[in-house]
Design a protein around this ligand. Structure first.
Ligand code: PMP
Length: 379
């Protein structure tokens, strides 16, 4: 059987990883500034993470969601304490798309309404509802196309007012900082106005923190910078540091009834062990203030780059925008300098999503390589 090629692949086969490094099958060592697309939060193969998962695997790795799993309660308590969202309820699932799927469904259940507002360049996942709220028609199949999602410019308050006045919108779903879309972040005024408009029209506000959550921006959630209280928060990626796990946080204003949400694997014992380890390491190693320090250092170095147009994002969700497309540059960084970086739907943006444990010396290594790689690359 041939493997279906999901993405255009680089010719690199990683077989081992530790901290901020990845090794391929030939023994070449790569600096990982992509973190498997913002998934590696505490660093590859962190000892505390390996220990917690392997101890758990030796006890019980999985049973069933029909029977109590005390680790889920532990995750909820720990997540509530560290994020400051302790009054929310936690539902655990397996991925970012599944989190958004449940978030949208719950908003619709809670309001009895069918329509959704999403934003231009949004990415929320590839499952049925999540994909329709994703601004990429190429990945929406005919079976999904009937669903009612209106896309607005990210920042369009007037458009939002018009749509919400129709009183048929169950949810506004947004990323505080768009990941796949290219690191755009609207103003605090827009986000706060969106939150208050939603409140006055009985529409639920869903903060998609799948990529920006779990300390990546230096705050636990990216929306927290804007001082709002979303009705639902979607999480995944950095939550498991590579173990597939996701979830939604449900504000007490939403009554989630038994039967509305469910999944076989979601919040299994291993997923909980992985999440608990991630939360403990974020706290014990002060990775959130560390991410802010690394952001400052990165920006200081970036400002010295002659060809840079703009620095985007915050924390360790950063992007360097150039006047040229970065595809060739990324290839050079991988093949010649052994550094993984990310792209986005903005072809001129180099995306940096490293493990939160990155140090100054790794940032130095990146900028030294970038200067060399940029010679004759700007085409
Ligand atoms: N939301 C956001 C903001 C994302 O970046 C992604 C993944 N790129 C998803 C949802 C979907 O997550 P998953 O791939 O785990 O389904």
């Amino acid at each position: 059987m041939q493997l279906f090629d999901v993405y255009p692949l680089y010719d690199v086969t990683p077989i081992k990883a530790k901290g901020v490094y990845v090794w391929d099958k030939n023994g070449t060592k790569y600096l990982d500034l992509y973190g498997g697309h913002a998934v590696i939060s505490i660093g590859h193969a962190h000892p505390a993470y390996l220990k917690r998962i392997s101890v758990q695997l030796n006890n019980i790795g999985f049973y069933s969601n029909a029977i109590q799993n005390p680790l889920q309660k532990e995750v909820a308590e720990k997540l509530g304490a560290i994020s400051g969202c302790d009054d929310y309820q936690l539902f655990l699932c397996n991925s970012g798309a599944e989190a958004n799927e449940n978030a949208l469904k719950l908003a619709s259940f809670a309001t009895g309404r069918p329509r959704v507002i999403a934003f231009k360049n949004a990415f929320h996942g590839r499952t049925s509802a999540a994909v329709v709220a994703t601004d990429n028609q190429n990945i929406v199949a005919p079976i999904n196309a009937q669903q009612q999602v209106t896309f607005l410019e990210f920042g369009d308050i007037e458009g939002l007012k018009v749509e919400l006045q129709k009183e048929d919108v169950c949810a506004v779903i947004f990323e505080s900082i768009q990941g796949v879309g290219g690191l755009d972040e609207p103003s605090t005024t827009f986000i706060q106005t969106t939150a208050s408009l939603c409140k006055s029209h009985g529409t639920k506000l869903i903060a998609d923190e799948v990529q920006s959550g779990f300390g990546r921006t230096g705050d636990f959630f990216a929306f927290q910078k804007h001082g709002i209280v979303p009705d639902i928060i979607s999480i995944a990626k950095g939550m498991g540091n590579g173990f597939p796990v996701g979830g939604i946080l449900i504000h007490p204003s939403i009554e989630a009834k038994y039967g509305m949400l469910g999944t076989t694997f979601g919040g299994n014992h291993l997923a909980c062990a992985a999440t608990l380890a991630v939360l403990e390491v974020i706290e014990n190693e002060s990775l959130m203030p560390h991410a802010k320090r690394m952001e400052s250092y990165f920006i200081k170095k970036a400002k010295q780059l002659p060809q840079l147009k703009k620095i985007k994002g915050r924390g360790l969700m950063l992007g360097l925008e150039f006047d040229f497309e970065v595809g060739k540059l990324r290839k050079k960084l991988i093949y010649e300098h052994h550094i993984f970086t990310g792209g986005s739907s903005n072809k001129k943006l180099l995306r940096i999503l490293p493990p939160l444990s990155i140090q100054n010396k790794h940032i130095d290594q990146f900028f030294d390589a970038l200067e060399l790689a940029m010679v004759n690359t700007a085409v």
